[in-house]
Design a binder for this molecule. Structure first.
Ligand SMILES: C[S@@+](CC[C@H](N)C(=O)[O-])C[C@H]1O[C@@H](n2cnc3c(N)ncnc32)[C@H](O)[C@@H]1O
Length: 503
């Protein structure tokens, strides 16, 4: 059969992705995942079967590192271990691919390979293809910033059509440090059946194409839920049944992104209010250049100490207003330390959704601060533990508070050091637009962040405890914020002091 005569667009067959805007990533030794399988001749599943740790995490074994050596069965993308398939001409949907053997549920069928391009390039190409009058679209999304275009160069995977009730699905695998897209069987598939997967969330099609999959649950249009669908849709003006448009249910998958949900929340509150229920940023707050992106604003690690001033514990403390002013620093420039930029940068890519650090969280319960479920404006206050300690009339209490402050500072310094250490990895991660950072980096970051949170917690609770329970120094002995702390006359063995420390 002459495919050209049958209306098939000429394309070049390739088995692996080709990188147009960057090189294939080199897998670093420390990032190679080594499983714990061992080959046992009497048990075929032993050599990286479904129990293999790498298989369970959708990562292919790296040749030369897998303990099963040549018996490893977890190199299907690398070795093109495809199911037998056959091209056929469909009724009204162009070409399609069918199973040329019985296929088992979960089986790897074929890789969707093509040219790896940036998302911007994908948009431009999509427009160009539309202008050239191309009917079929072959661009799918790979990660947050890259797409695979199989229009001119691709595997047979490019011929698999869409179905709203599919027998296949796409899955992303980590293969030698790169993410690759495979088509897998969702169920047992009999020889001769057409293969189809759901294009939603994957497809960058351009046109609103009427779906002819015939499923009872058909959504009406191809990729109606996919990312690119809303932005660049247009109508085909030929007689083809597929290319006419009625009202379609609009759905923007981007709305499912947690960061965008938060952004919407922030927008609607004019950013003078926050979503986390503890801290409200002043409306006159100015962000530095590093703080222009939304994620940076959403995420917050506070170098200085902040406490909710309407917290039941702290609001019960009676402090003269002038004194209170001294205890809280109001300089908004100090509220957001430089290191937040780091966190936002880790956060700014999809990989770190799993490793979200200190993101503001909307409280589920209604609190006193949110009588209608909406946050009420509370001015942000910064506490200076040294000043608070100065006012305490008990040496032990002062020591305790200052001790926690030192620990807090140390934790922040550790965070700084770690940032310096991992900055190259993060930058490389961003440059290569990978879907994941090295696990070791993410783990370290989580560990140090936990230390920092614990130090913050200890310090806050100590501040609150002493503001409530520890007696203040006498008025006659006014605090001197510039001098070193003067220890006070109250005897640490006094019952009041003991009560405060022990409470
Ligand atoms: C990745 S290609 C699939 C192969 C294509 N049928 C061909 O002949 O090359 C995607 C294109 O196939 C067509 N297509 C796929 N599934 C369809 C469906 N369920 N209904 C209508 N057209 C479909 C659309 O034109 C879509 O742009």
């Amino acid at each position: 059969m002459d495919l050209q005569d049958e209306g098939m667009l000429q394309y070049i067959h390739i088995y692996q992705n080709e990188f147009v805007h960057r090189k294939h990533k080199k897998q670093k030794e420390e990032d190679i995942a080594i499983c714990e399988c061992s080959y046992n001749a009497s048990d075929p599943g032993s050599a990286c079967g479904e129990r293999c740790l790498n298989v369970l995490t959708s990562t292919e074994c790296t040749p030369g590192y897998c303990p099963c050596g040549e018996y490893c069965q977890n190199q299907r993308f690398q070795k093109n271990k495809y199911a037998k398939t056959k091209l056929f001409k469909t009724d009204g949907r162009g070409w399609g691919l069918l199973a040329d053997e019985d296929i088992k549920a979960g089986q790897f069928i074929i890789e969707y390979s093509g040219e790896v391009i940036t998302w911007i390039e994908a948009k431009q190409r999509s427009h160009a293809y539309e202008n050239q009058g191309m009917v079929d679209a072959y661009i799918i999304s790979l990660n947050a910033s890259e797409s695979i275009d199989a229009t001119r160069r691709g595997s047979l995977g490019r011929f698999i059509n869409h179905s709203c009730q599919p027998n296949c699905e796409t899955r992303k695998w980590n293969v030698l440090g790169e993410i690759r897209v495979g088509i897998f069987a969702k169920q047992d598939i009999l020889m001769g059946s057409e293969l189809a997967y759901d294009y939603n969330f994957e497809w960058y099609g351009g046109a609103k194409v009427r779906c002819l999959c015939g499923a009872l649950t058909c959504s009406g249009f191809l990729g109606a839920k996919s990312r690119g669908f809303q932005e660049d849709t247009y109508l085909w003006e030929d007689d083809d049944d597929r290319y006419s448009v009625e009202d379609i249910p609009l759905y923007d998958s981007a709305e499912d992104e947690p960061t965008l949900k938060l952004q919407k929340c922030l927008d609607s509150t004019n950013f003078s209010q926050t979503t986390d229920g503890r801290i409200n940023y002043p409306s006159n707050l100015k962000f530095s250049e590093d703080w222009k992106d939304v994620d940076s604003r959403v995420l917050s690690v506070h170098q200085q100490i902040t406490v909710p001033i309407e917290d039941p514990a702290s609001s019960s403390v009676k402090i003269e207003s002038s004194e209170e002013k001294n205890l809280f620093s109001q300089d908004p420039q100090n509220i957001y330390p430089q290191k937040n930029a780091m966190i936002s940068r880790i956060k700014s890519n999809s990989a770190c959704r799993n490793y979200q650090i200190s993101a503001s969280v909307v409280p589920k319960k209604r609190s006193k601060n949110f009588p209608n479920g909406k946050p009420k404006f509370l001015p942000l206050k910064q506490i200076d533990p040294k000043l608070i300690a100065q006012r305490l009339a008990c040496r032990k209490a002062q020591d305790e508070l200052l001790n926690y402050e030192i620990k807090h500072k140390e934790a922040m310094e550790q965070l700084d050091l770690l940032y310096k250490e991992i900055r190259p990895a993060i930058e490389e991660h961003e440059r290569d637009s990978q879907d994941c950072v090295a696990t070791s980096v993410a783990e370290k970051w989580i560990e140090v962040s936990c230390l920092k949170l614990k130090a913050e917690f200890d310090l806050y609770s100590s501040v609150i405890k002493h503001m409530i329970f520890t007696p203040r120094r006498a008025e006659a002995d006014p605090p001197d914020s510039k001098s070193e702390i003067k220890y006070l006359t109250l005897d640490s063995s006094s019952s009041e002091c003991q009560k405060a420390i022990g409470s």
